[in-house]
Design a protein around this ligand. Structure first.
Ligand SMILES: Cc1cc2nc3c(=O)[nH]c(=O)nc-3n(C[C@H](O)[C@H](O)[C@H](O)COP(=O)(O)OP(=O)(O)OC[C@H]3O[C@@H](n4cnc5c(N)ncnc54)[C@H](O)[C@@H]3O)c2cc1C
Length: 416
């Protein structure tokens, strides 16, 4: 009986000591964005006595969350359509595969719902707040920081880790930086930052006249490489946009930067191989021999686009009847539908881009804890790391997972 009491007493003393120790501990989080808030709230929930302060250089926090997803915040994805993580995380997929085991998309979904943000999954597997309003997430984050006593210091730019010398733990969540020089103060190996998720400028007046045309299932690719992306493609007044182009810009981010955004681009407008496309055209010819070529569209392509393609390929013969089109003409149409060539002439201005490819090299952080290998008790989370995803909620998911991983690592260290 006495022994049981003694064991209980020892446990109590240990707990009191731990609480006292933790009470003295302070964590500085640099950057009041998605990863910074998620890390701060999770850390404070795990280690209540820890003093947590978020330093934000701007006068308002969470600005990207606010404008994300057209103001609706595509906060994660069900991942139901993701077979291979490298499809959606061109950089960082190996690390995330490992970290998702600790805190993955389903955990993030449950976390938000547990914190009062009801979510909904669209048919395309993108997850949004049911309110369709990013402020629901922002308001929850702000309410949680108030409830937990997390301090937020805005208008404070941190450009030296020495400024935070009296903190026990430092977490860098400063997001994507356009220039390597913007990361010099971290004194860590950096993968050169280049833009990702941008639209292509294409100097082709005839194409631009199709502005507003959407092809639901196109495949854009860089000829002579394996870089290709499939999905809706939008023709704009400056060139091409839409999920297929954004995804391709992500896969090809480095090579596009190296070539100064001047590379050949090809589009398969029907996302079919040549044999299937030929079969469709021959079937059209057999069913509608008397109709003009340009008036009968294969694969329900938008009519303006089909007229443009038929004229580009056949010239005035686009007005011929299908029965008058010879084999050579049909083959030329097949080639154009499957491999229509353009020249990328540039990209949209930097401010329009969604994410940065590059950042703090993953070789410089512990893959389980995200602690720096060079400086103990320094951690990284979010887009400042060399991790980036395609559109669809994948970038926020990376911010939640890395933010939570860091919170857990600090909580583990604090209790040692
Ligand atoms: C227009 C737009 C729409 C987007 N929509 C989506 C979407 O719907 N779904 C999705 O998954 N992703 C989306 N993204 C990407 C997503 O917003 C980012 O991947 C995500 O915000 C990264 O989170 P983060 O916390 O790492 O960085 P950020 O959210 O960028 O936060 C970093 C913060 O650190 C601050 N900071 C930087 N340097 C310092 C410093 N030295 N000292 C103090 N503070 C500093 C910055 O001011 C900023 O507030 C979108 C991006 C943009 C631009």
């Amino acid at each position: 009986m006495e022994l049981v009491k003694l064991v209980k007493l020892v446990k109590l003393v240990k707990l009191v000591k731990l609480a006292e120790l933790e009470k003295k501990m302070k964590t500085a989080i640099i950057g009041g964005g998605a990863a910074g808030f998620f890390c701060a709230i999770n850390l404070k929930e795990m280690v209540a006595p820890m003093e947590v302060t978020i330093f934000e250089r701007a006068h308002r926090v969470l600005q990207k969350v606010e404008i994300s997803g057209g103001g609706r915040c595509n906060c994660t994805n069900s991942f139901a359509n993701v077979i291979d993580l490298s499809q959606v995380y061109p950089r960082g997929h190996r690390l995330l595969k490992r970290l998702f085991k600790g805190f993955g998309p389903q955990d993030a979904y449950a976390w938000f719902e547990h914190h009062g943000v009801r979510l909904t999954t669209q048919d395309d597997q993108c997850v949004f707040p049911q309110s369709q309003d990013s402020h629901t997430i922002i308001n929850m984050f702000l309410a949680e920081t108030r409830r937990l006593g997390i301090e937020i210091k805005t208008g404070v730019k941190i450009d030296s880790l020495d400024l935070l010398a009296d903190y026990d733990f430092i977490v860098v969540t400063t997001g994507g930086q356009p220039q390597t020089s913007g990361l010099d103060w971290l004194q860590h190996p950096i993968e050169q930052p280049v833009p990702s998720l941008f639209t292509f400028q294409i100097a082709d007046k005839a194409l631009q006249s199709l502005m507003g045309t959407v092809v639901e299932d196109a495949t854009a690719f860089i000829p002579g490489t394996k870089l290709r992306a499939n999905g809706p493609l939008l023709i704009t007044h400056w060139g091409m946009s839409g999920p297929a182009i954004l995804r391709l810009s992500s896969y090809a981010a480095r090579i596009l930067a190296e070539k100064d955004y001047r590379l050949p681009l090809a589009v398969n407008w029907v996302s079919r191989n040549e044999a299937d496309t030929l079969e469709e055209l021959l079937s059209l010819q057999a069913k509608h021999p008397q109709k003009q070529v340009q008036s009968m569209r294969p694969f329900a392509l938008p009519s303006r686009l089909w007229t443009y393609l038929a004229e580009k390929c056949l010239g005035e013969r686009a007005t011929y009847r299908w029965q008058d089109l010879n084999k050579k003409g049909i083959n030329r149409l097949v080639n154009l539908l499957c491999c229509d060539q353009y020249q990328i002439a540039g990209r949209a201005p930097f401010k329009d881009e969604f994410v940065t490819c590059g950042g703090v090299s993953l070789s410089a952080v512990n893959a389980s804890t995200l602690e720096s290998k060079l400086r103990p008790r320094l951690y990284f989370a979010g887009e400042v790391l060399d991790i980036d995803g395609v559109t669809g909620g994948f970038n926020f998911q990376a911010a939640w997972t890395t933010g939570r991983t860091v919170a857990q690592s600090i909580a583990d260290q604090a209790s040692q």
